[in-house]
Design a protein around this ligand. Structure first.
Ligand SMILES: *Cc1c(COP(=O)(O)O)cnc(C)c1O
Length: 364
């Protein structure tokens, strides 16, 4: 008797790991530094008491989707409805559902590296063949090369990420428009991952329409201070929402998650204040890094990618850990040699980080 054999095409797929260590200052996973407002917890506990536990939850999560549509319609050229929104357990489940619907075996997915590792990973697990094309050395996208790649490869799904994780770069609106045009010309779907969208000054939500092949994904994990909630969503044309709905498991979104999400959306003002405070702190971090002579890239997110001088990212990362500060070590990732990524924390955490980095770089 032998052990059951894992799918042959999975043998080449590497797992996804984000190492955690016990430290005082955790700036490695782009979470919000503060919990949601106290009033959120109180309101959530009140509605949680009333959950009819013997019943299945609202199957299509309509009240939650309607609220998301309302919030995302502010500032958009037209009003979205619940039919434009699909919610799932984190935007990772949204991305997986998109891949299961439009990619999968025998189909091609196109990513522009470096970018969020899970776009490729999830697509491979779904059986798709993933093609990675490079960004320029400054991590911007070469539009002509991107359009040519789409035209040549005819991918079923193209991923963009704006602001891009791990570089922080916001995609130029004209670039997104051009890649969308090329994707539509080959009957593909463009997915714009906006996990950090609220930190940036423009969004691809303005492109979402019934006659456009684009969906935008967002999450409660970063801007909404609710990574523990596992709630993400897409905003897209109604036909795309209907098609993706066919692959999600029945009742995939439990009653508590739906309620917590709906309650959270009552605190839009608090969320925007926090985002503004984090953006201000980000600019302080950027200035601090500049003062230390560290190479960095412009960020429209709640983190900054930087490359300490000397090129030994591992040593600097370890030096920070020795001072109880944890950042993301990207130094061995393809195209990111020597780079580290720091999440914007509270002012105190950011001060601790800058002081620790100064000490490490100064040999102190
Ligand atoms: C964090 C992150 C996600 C994952 O979000 P969840 O909703 O927590 O699953 C998706 N995309 C990008 C680019 C991210 O950085």
């Amino acid at each position: 008797m032998g052990r059951p054999r894992v799918r042959d095409d999975l043998a080449l797929v590497e797992g996804y790991h984000s190492p955690q260590l016990e430290v005082e200052v955790r700036l490695n996973t782009n979470e919000a530094p503060l919990p949601p407002p106290e009033a959120f917890t109180e309101s959530f506990l009140a509605v949680a008491r009333a959950v009819p536990w013997n019943r299945y939850p609202e199957r299509s999560a309509l009240p939650l989707r309607a609220r998301i549509a309302e919030v995302e319609s502010e500032g958009a050229p037209w009003s979205f409805t619940a039919a434009n929104v699909l919610a799932a357990n984190g935007s990772n489940e949204v991305l997986q559902s998109i891949a299961l619907t439009y990619a999968g075996a025998g189909r091609t997915v196109l990513c522009f590296e470096p970018t969020y590792a899970l776009h490729g990973h999830i697509s491979r697990v779904c059986g798709s063949s993933v093609v990675e094309r490079d960004r320029r050395d400054d991590f911007t996208l070469d539009v002509d090369a991107a359009v040519a790649a789409v035209t040549e490869l005819r991918p079923s799904v193209v991923f963009l990420c704006s602001p891009n994780n791990p570089t922080g770069r916001v995609e130029d609106p004209a670039t997104v428009e051009a890649v969308l045009g090329a994707t539509e010309a080959v009957d593909g779907l463009l997915v714009v991952d906006e996990a950090y969208g609220q930190f940036a000054d423009h969004s691809a939500l303005s492109l979402v329409a019934e006659d456009r092949n684009v969906v935008v994904t967002r999450t409660f994990s970063k801007t909404w201070s609710a990574a523990a909630l596992r709630l993400g969503y897409l905003v897209g044309p109604t036909w795309a929402v209907q098609q993706v709905e066919q692959v999600v498991l029945p009742y995939h979104l439990d009653a508590l998650t739906q309620l917590a999400g709906t309650v959270a959306l009552g605190f839009v003002g608090d969320m925007r204040e926090r985002v503004a405070a984090l953006v201000a702190e980000r600019e302080r971090l950027v200035a601090g890094l500049e003062g230390l002579g560290v190479e960095q890239w412009p960020s429209g997110a709640n983190f900054v990618l930087f490359r300490p001088p000397g090129g030994d990212g591992d040593a600097v990362w370890q030096g920070l850990v020795d001072r109880s500060v944890l950042v993301r070590n990207c130094s061995s990732w393809p195209r990111l040699g020597g780079c580290l990524r720091v999440t914007v924390g509270t002012p105190e955490e950011n001060d601790r980080f800058l002081a620790a980095l100064a000490a490490v770089l100064g040999g102190g």
